[in-house]
Design a protein around this ligand. Structure first.
Ligand code: CA2
Length: 144
């Protein structure tokens, strides 16, 4: 089983800016902890980040060739992107939406997600642990 972790715009800045909101852990740190856990669960993972909506859509469209589940933190595109939503709906793989922060406890515009209706479920508000919880969720949805 291979899980594709997709990360949207500005998540490359994690750990370097706005630590009061997003913490001091970098995306590379998160990837390392996910890889560690995945190794012990005998699951393969791939991590990608892009600031480009088009690149994210392309990765989702081609995910079926190599992966069983998509885990996506689409960042700001969560609240704006019909294109990412449509590509998830069309890709034929189960997807899990994740967020570092509890988007329902922040600004009103973050309460709406274009992706939730086409995802199996959502994990939000647990910081870097949202990614580790998503690995368990990916195994659960694959087995279902
Ligand atoms: O909580 C999350 O994971 C979010 O997806 C993060 C997005 C935000 O737009 C969503 O509403 C919730 C923002 C990612 C930006 O990441 C930064 C990291 C460090 C410094 C600045 C931005």
């Amino acid at each position: 089983m291979k899980v594709l972790f997709l990360n949207g715009p500005n998540l490359n800045l994690l750990g370097t800016r706005e630590p009061q909101i997003y913490g001091r852990t970098t995306l590379a740190d998160i990837e390392a902890s996910v890889r560690d856990k995945a190794g012990s669960l005998k699951v393969e993972v791939e991590f990608r980040q892009s600031n480009s909506e088009s690149e994210l859509v392309g990765w989702i469209q081609r995910a079926r060739e190599c992966f069983s589940v998509i885990v996506i933190n689409a960042a700001a595109y969560t609240h704006t992107s019909v294109a990412i939503r449509d590509s998830i709906a069309a890709c034929g793989l189960p997807a899990i939406e994740i967020h570092l922060t509890n988007t329902h406890a922040r600004e009103a515009f973050r309460r709406e997600s274009f992706l939730t209706p086409v995802c199996k479920g959502v994990i939000a508000g647990f910081g870097a642990s949202s990614y580790l919880l998503a690995l368990d969720a990916a195994i659960t949805v694959k087995a279902a």
